[in-house]
Design a protein around this ligand. Structure first.
Ligand code: HEC
Ligand code: HEC
Ligand code: HEC
Ligand code: HEC
Ligand code: HEC
Length: 463
């Protein structure tokens, strides 16, 4: 090798090294920029302010996010979840061209459990976010019963409405909206949950906009010894990826004549702790038509149940499974088509789990099949208790004689409803959900024992 060739080689080596180093540096800058870009810097095609609630306007700056967001209209069934479209003819009164399946017809035990309450009249399978406002406006629970503006908290983009109503004070607006008649309040909102309800318009950072969650999580943290908790300043970025969902996918009730939307987390997030809170404040949702028992209705406690599971304990957020990252063009974005992860196992699960799609699906379905078997056993037992109490009541049993049966029904019904209303069919926290069903069975057993010797009771299942 001559000297000149070797120096030429050196030259090329240096050049190559420089080229690679600067390419690496450029790549790093690029990565950092991309991260920053995702958070802050983006091309503003249009100006968006804290007053812009139309997602189509935000969509001009983020067309990929907006496209996915709009796709929440898609309806697709999974083995136990998702939703199925039932076609209907739109009318002037109800413009929907589809509804999802009526659950109380699929399982009449649900209807019986809720006799005396609007849910026994109409309760459908939930579907995508795009439908939340129309489905609420046209449910028989709204059309045939008087409901308060508080219903809107979780079914519309209410951020600006609350802000205007309260003259800039959202909590005040929340209080005024809650006690308005529903028919009046719903006229002031246009969109289902929109960009502005989850994001800061200037930084795109996630934020909590719902006073009920701010109050609920503050009460919960207090029960854990943490005072004055505020998620908007104290939560981690990963926690916010679940908290934004926890504004709506939670158990709730309307407190007092003010109809204040309240999350019953004062003693903790466990069903037992929530039940104990309701016992303490002596809350009942309705009196059961057949038995006279003062009972509770649990609603969609996904956030609470998820918090009892292995994924929450491992720091996995709702958004990790329901809004997983996807690649679009050169960028990685969060999938805003919020839906069942079973329609998207590859991105929702396989980033963390190294098993085939088929295997992951099978694992979920095994958990769900076990859950349904246990839930059916508990549900049948509850029907027996209701039947027995009804017969004792018809035969003239006194309130005093029915006290034990009522207590059993109240607790069992709440626990069964808690896991029933939690929409993952046992997946979010399999062990916890089976535990709650065994607690329900125990309450039913005690209720039935209390009826021993009472005239009319004890004749169930003679058929
Ligand atoms: C580890 C992944 C994972 C996490 C974390 C998770 N989920 Fe789920 N979720 C699932 C799976 C799996 C199902 C069952 C879907 C099915 O059966 O089609 C489900 C079902 C649901 C459903 C019913 C969907 C349907 O199409 O029937 C809702 C609503 C839901 N989850 C909300 C939440 C919320 C809110 C959180 C956070 C508080 C959360 N999930 C956290 C995996 C997850
Ligand atoms: C704390 C939040 C929250 C409040 C308050 C709330 N909802 Fe919902 N609602 C949800 C969530 C989450 C779902 C989807 C999960 C489900 O259906 O279980 C839902 C689903 C529904 C559905 C579709 C499924 C069905 O039940 O037929 C209707 C209709 C509905 N709600 C009506 C109402 C009415 C009426 C009120 C007031 C009495 C109300 N909602 C108050 C969160 C809320
Ligand atoms: C403003 C309240 C609100 C917020 C915030 C919210 N949801 Fe929902 N979600 C609803 C309602 C209401 C429905 C049911 C709509 C219907 O049936 O018409 C629903 C439905 C769903 C479904 C069922 C979709 C389907 O196709 O069956 C999933 C899954 C879901 N939400 C997950 C989430 C996750 C994950 C988050 C957080 C990233 C979240 N939601 C945030 C209110 C909310
Ligand atoms: C129910 C709450 C919710 C709504 C509504 C919502 N987003 Fe998001 N968005 C999220 C979550 C969760 C993330 C993930 C944020 C993180 O990891 O810090 C996200 C992330 C983003 C990001 C950051 C980049 C990325 O993809 O992770 C952008 C940009 C964005 N959303 C735009 C929008 C736009 C535009 C709309 C309205 C069309 C919208 N979002 C509606 C919850 C929401
Ligand atoms: C961000 C990472 C992450 C994602 C996404 C994720 N998981 Fe997991 N999963 C975990 C961790 C961590 C555990 C705890 C066990 C472990 O450490 O391996 C776990 C445990 C499980 C278990 C065992 C549950 C138990 O009770 O022991 C199942 C089943 C499971 N995951 C299914 C799923 C499915 C289905 C999805 C998609 C819908 C999913 N996971 C998404 C991280 C994840």
């Amino acid at each position: 090798m001559s000297e000149s060739t070797s120096s030429k080689n050196l030259f090329w080596t240096i050049l190559a090294t420089v080229a690679i180093t600067s390419a690496l540096a450029a790549l790093l800058v690029n990565v950092v920029e991309h991260k920053e870009e995702a958070k802050h810097a983006f091309f503003r095609v249009v100006e968006v302010t804290d007053e812009t609630d139309d997602p189509a306007v935000w969509g001009k700056n983020f067309p990929l996010h907006y496209d996915a967001y709009k796709r929440t209209v898609d309806m697709q069934r999974t083995r136990y979840g998702g939703s199925e479209a039932e076609k209907r003819n739109p009318t002037a009164a109800d413009p929907r061209d589809s509804v999802s399946t009526e659950k109380i017809e699929e399982d009449p035990r649900l209807k019986r459990m809720w006799l005396g309450y609007p849910f026994s009249v109409d309760f459908r399978e939930e579907r995508g976010h795009a439908y939340m406002l129309v489905d609420q406006r046209h449910t028989k629970r709204v059309l045939e019963f008087k409901q308060p503006g508080a219903c809107l908290n979780c079914h519309a983009s209410t951020y600006n409405f609350m802000k205007k109503l309260g003259g800039g004070d959202i909590t005040k607006g929340f209080e005024l909206m809650n006690k308005m008649p529903y028919a009046e309040a719903t006229k002031s909102v246009t969109h289902p949950v929109a960009c502005i309800d989850c994001h800061d318009s200037q930084t795109m950072a996630l934020r909590i906009t719902r006073p009920a969650f701010l109050e609920g999580i503050r009460n919960f943290k207090k029960s854990q010894g943490i005072e004055n908790y505020d998620p908007n300043t104290m939560a981690s970025a990963q926690e916010m990826r679940s908290y934004v969902c926890g504004q709506c996918h939670v158990e709730y009730y309307f407190k007092g004549d003010e109809k204040r939307l309240t999350f019953p987390w004062h003693k903790g997030l466990k069903a037992d702790e929530i039940y104990s809170y309701y016992e303490e404040v002596k809350h009942k949702d309705f009196v059961h038509k057949e038995t006279g028992a003062p009972v509770l209705k649990a609603q969609h406690p996904e956030f609470e149940i998820y918090n009892m599971g292995i994924h929450a304990a491992s720091g996995v957020a709702c958004a990790d499974c329901h809004m997983p990252y996807k690649r679009e063009g050169g960028t990685k974005i969060s999938d805003h088509q919020v839906r069942s992860p079973m329609l998207n196992v590859n991105r929702a699960c396989q980033g963390c789990h190294r098993f085939s799609e088929q295997e992951m699906k099978a694992r979920v379905e095994t958990i769900q099949t076990r859950f349904i078997e246990a839930r059916n056993v508990a549900m049948d037992a509850l029907m027996d208790l209701i039947e027995e109490t009804k017969r004792a009541r018809a035969a003239g049993a006194t309130d005093e004689q029915l006290k034990g049966a009522w207590a059993g029904q109240r607790k069992a019904q709440f626990f069964i409803d808690f896991v029933e209303a939690e929409n993952s069919v046992g997946f979010h926290a399999p062990g916890e959900e089976l535990r709650l069903l065994t607690q329900a069975l125990d309450a039913i057993r005690k209720g039935q024992i209390s009826l021993r010797g009472v005239a009319g009771a004890g004749k169930v299942r003679a058929d």
